[in-house]
Design a protein around this ligand. Structure first.
Ligand code: GN1
Ligand code: MG
Length: 379
């Protein structure tokens, strides 16, 4: 390693040395574009690793996040050993927790602050921020379906609730109302547009939570953040080979995941675009994703689950817009922002996407309807 390290690099080197013999560390580089944690690629002894500082303002009990990862790993590794037919011959990986060299726990608490952990890197794979075509959409859907299938028999109560309120849209609405009252920001065309958009849709915020309370939808283990670039695709075959970013695994509704997958994959301009008016939801991509998803998820999906898929796509797009806008009002304390209007722009993108889903609701329902026959006949 280079001896003339700046302060941050020194901290990174010190953290990496908690996981690897310093003699073997070849490089440490920033990795990915996460909005919450800090992620680095560490190369040591000829192997790649992902070293992350968990954002403890978000994940207040990071030990529980690690506990969930270990529970998940045990369960999925056992399933993979049985070589399930749903793999269809593909490789499927789950990032593994890497222990510290001397510590009692598989994480490192740095004196300069921060809760750090290391996991294995999925080799020979890449992720995309913006979808590249229909066959890829099918794979992204299949990848989420396979992930859900592999954890569908893991009792959700074996997982800690590491992020209370995550994807509970009515809670985000409450937080938004408080932020709106307190925000010192002057009104602008963008903020007025967001406020009006939210006001017209407050009634839809509880659609999934009410279905859960009525017992129509049930809690299952979920990924929590299966957005497009958290699905790893094999660099040669293009097949989905892993879902990464496993910190939000916890009990929830699969609809949060399906909605997040649809909103992030069917927005061909991507969530970081500044061309707000051109944002749209591509229904052909949605059809391919859902076809891939249902082809494996049909083993556990019910007809009631299917009935709420379109609501989920609309709701999770709306919810993310609401979360970005609330953070803009609160001074960008949750999502990393590159400029003061960044979270406002991101919110407008999600709201435009929501409107596009609403405009195509009937066609989307027809897409879901036509996938129903793939479900096994109820006993
Ligand atoms: C955050 O940090 P990242 O990019 O993996 C957020 C997700 C959002 C996503 C939007 C814990 O994920 O819920 O969908 O940004 N994660 C958390 O890009 O809040
Ligand atoms: Mg994430």
């Amino acid at each position: 390693m280079n001896q003339t390290l700046d302060h941050d690099s020194q901290v990174l080197a010190q953290v990496a040395a908690a996981f690897h013999d310093p003699e073997t560390i070849e490089s440490i580089q920033p990795l990915g574009s996460g909005n919450v944690n800090d992620t680095h690629l560490v190369r040591a002894a000829g192997q790649n690793f992902v070293m992350q500082r968990l954002n403890t303002a978000v994940f207040r009990q990071p030990q529980q996040v690690m506990g969930n990862l270990l529970v998940l790993n045990r369960h999925v590794q056992a399933k993979l050993r049985a070589n399930p037919a749903e793999l269809q011959g593909r490789r499927w990986e789950l990032p593994q927790v890497v222990g510290t060299r001397h510590g009692e726990h598989p994480w490192f608490q740095c004196q300069q602050g921060g809760f750090w952990r290391t996991i294995t890197f999925v080799e020979q794979a890449r992720s995309v921020d913006v979808i590249e075509g229909i066959p890829q959409a099918r794979e992204l859907g299949y990848g989420l379906g396979l992930f859900h299938h592999l954890i569908s028999d893991l009792p959700p109560d074996q997982l800690a609730d590491t992020l209370e309120g995550f994807h509970i849209t009515p809670r985000y609405l409450e937080v938004y109302h408080r932020a709106l009252v307190k925000s010192p920001l002057p009104a602008s065309a963008g903020t007025d547009r967001c406020i009006a958009f939210i006001r017209e849709r407050e009634g839809l915020a509880s659609v999934l939570e009410e279905a859960k309370q009525r017992g129509e939808l049930s809690l299952r283990p979920i990924h929590g953040d299966p957005k497009i670039n958290n699905v790893m695709l094999d660099i040669n075959s293009g097949q989905a080979v892993a879902l990464v970013d496993l910190d939000t695994i916890k009990p929830g509704l699969v609809h949060y995941d399906i909605g997040d997958c649809l909103r992030s994959c069917c927005n061909p301009l991507g969530e970081e675009t500044s061309d707000i008016d051109a944002v749209h939801f591509d229904i052909d991509l949605a059809e391919a994703i859902l076809t891939g998803y249902v082809s494996v998820a049909r083993h556990f999906l019910t007809a009631a689950d299917m009935a709420y898929i379109v609501d989920a796509a609309r709701l999770i797009s709306f919810e993310l817009g609401l979360r970005f806008f609330t953070d803009h009002l609160a001074g960008n304390t949750y999502f990393k922002a590159a400029h003061p209007e960044h979270n406002l722009q991101r919110a407008l993108v999600q709201f435009q996407l929501t409107a596009s889903i609403e405009a195509q609701e009937q066609q989307l329902r027809a897409v879901v309807q036509q996938l129903q026959p793939q479900l096994p006949v109820a006993a």
